[in-house]
Design a protein around this ligand. Sequence first.
Ligand code: GDP
Ligand code: MG
Length: 163
Amino acid sequence: MKPTIVLVGRPNVGKSTLFNRLTRTRDALVADLPGLTRDRHYGIGRVGERDYLVVDTAGFDPVAKVGIMHEMAQQAERAIEEADVLLFLVDGRTGLTPHDEQIAARLRRSGRPLYLVVNKAEGLRREVVAAEFHALGLGAPLAVSATHGDGVTQLVEEALASF
Ligand code: GDP
Ligand code: MG
């Protein structure tokens, strides 16, 4: 069985961009408009000799009760249940938001192995990024740039180390 890595986080943090980099496909919809990926998307990633499954989710709102936001939240909930490892993406440029904190609370309850990933970190100082997102209480954040590729291989190697 391939280990399954699930990408979660609010809209526009770069989940689909990271999915595309990991799977090297144009499979996920990348857009400047937040929330365009309304389904789960599956792809195969490879690091060294190992294949793994990657799941891209729509950015979700754990408290949405109706409508498209609710459907997106349910898709994300299902993806979380399928995860061997969760990568929780946040945006290093916008900084920590209340929506990030809501999602963090939901993810903590999942009991799944979880890595906090600060995306869009190209050109940002690591100490600043680390200090800001440490407040989530999810351990040391891993800084990456999905568009430039910085830190991405290390991230996957770390996430898959125990599988
Ligand atoms: P999603 O809604 O979480 O799937 O986010 P997308 O992957 O659609 O990306 C949202 C926006 O962030 C797009 O304009 C991306 O080009 C941009 N983006 C994604 N990754 C990075 C990154 O590493 N650095 C910067 N500067 N922008 C990024
Ligand atoms: Mg997306």
